[in-house]
Design a protein around this ligand. Structure first.
Ligand code: FAD
Length: 289
């Protein structure tokens, strides 16, 4: 699996990235697809499979290879916590919108779980609790705000004196029924299912621009395609638009290590510093990391 980072991610190192040739369905330039999706990360592939399954004809285009973007470098915690905590979201957007976000997160987690079970995907999926812990008085105060806001928007959470990591803390929260998985193997399995049920997929195919006529005409590095609807699953929409002014560059450091004492944390754990540190275990082919 190829991706855009300088370093090799755990997912990249342990995903073949090859699709069985027998499933390959070349896009037909003469066809007008119901939906074209640009971007084959977790968003594009999940959406492509869901729509094809509903009976739409779907064309999925990817500039590089599947999981080349953020999905190939994610830390893949499936959690009900948010990087922007619920109390901050409520303050900025109100409780109703924040409740919608919380509901969407719970639905997304359930959707992944149900895909893993329906397609019997071997991607190290494991239901786990997530622990957020405070280490000083300011963090304790914020933890209290997080607890109240999360409960207000329907997230299951409780105070906890446990943590799966041996870092000292003063107060903690436990979010039950979160999960971990291997995103590379998960996404490649969904892509295979998409192809099996007739989906069309082109990699190394960058969409450059689009003409809007009675149908949409997508101009790509591998020719022109027509569709009635277009979904950008490119993480941020391509071209020049207002979102780009809001998209600041940040760098995260994710390390996959093997422990000498074999004492791997059973759960997802997060401290509350800015930037924060977080931990989890992934079993790949019988070996923990
Ligand atoms: C370091 C890090 C850690 C993270 N950890 C977590 C986590 O623990 N839990 C969590 O829930 N989220 C996490 N995230 C966020 C999560 O990984 C992303 O939200 C998710 O992977 C985005 O997937 P995507 O499919 O929307 O985008 P991407 O995976 O970025 O896919 C977009 C695809 O579009 C393609 N593309 C772009 N432009 C074009 C074009 N013009 N034509 C054709 N194709 C194009 C790209 O090549 C790419 O493959 C993390 C993110 C980072 C960076």
């Amino acid at each position: 699996m190829k991706r855009d980072g300088q370093m090799e991610s755990l997912w990249q190192a342990t995903t073949s990235g090859e699709l069985p040739l027998s499933f390959r369905r070349e896009p037909q330039p003469a066809l007008t697809y119901d939906v074209a999706i640009v971007g084959a990360g977790i968003t594009g592939v999940t959406t492509a499979l869901a729509l094809q399954k509903k009976g739409f004809s779907v064309l999925l285009l990817e500039a590089q290879t599947a999981c080349f973007g953020t999905t190939g470098g994610t830390t893949a915690h499936l959690n009900t916590l948010m990087d922007t905590p619920y109390h901050v979201m409520i303050k900025n957007f109100g409780e109703a919108h924040t409740t919608n976000v919380a509901t969407a997160i719970r639905d997304a987690l359930l959707h992944i779980k149900s895909n893993v079970s329906e397609y019997r995907i071997d991607c190290g999926y494991k239901t786990q609790d997530a622990f957020l812990y405070a280490q000083d008085e300011d963090q304790e105060k914020e933890l209290e705000d997080i607890l109240l806001a999360a409960k207000a928007v329907g997230i299951t959470v409780e105070q906890s004196s446990d943590s799966p990591v041996t870092v000292p803390f003063t107060k903690g929260l436990r979010f039950p029924n979160n999960a971990r998985f291997h995103p590379g193997r998960y996404v490649m399995a969904l892509l295979e299912e998409f192809l099996k049920i007739g989906g069309a997929y082109y990699d190394h195919c960058r969409m450059t621009h689009m003409d809007e006529a009675s149908t949409l005409v997508l101009h790509t590095t591998r020719g022109e395609f027509a569709a009635h609807r277009l979904i950008y699953a490119t993480h941020i929409p391509p071209g020049v638009n207002l979102l780009h002014f809001r998209c600041a560059p940040y760098r995260s450091y994710a390390m996959a290590v093997e422990l000498e004492d074999d004492n791997y944390p059973e759960g997802l754990a997060y401290d509350m510093y800015d930037p924060y540190h977080y931990f989890r275990t992934q079993e790949v082919d019988g070996k923990n990391t």
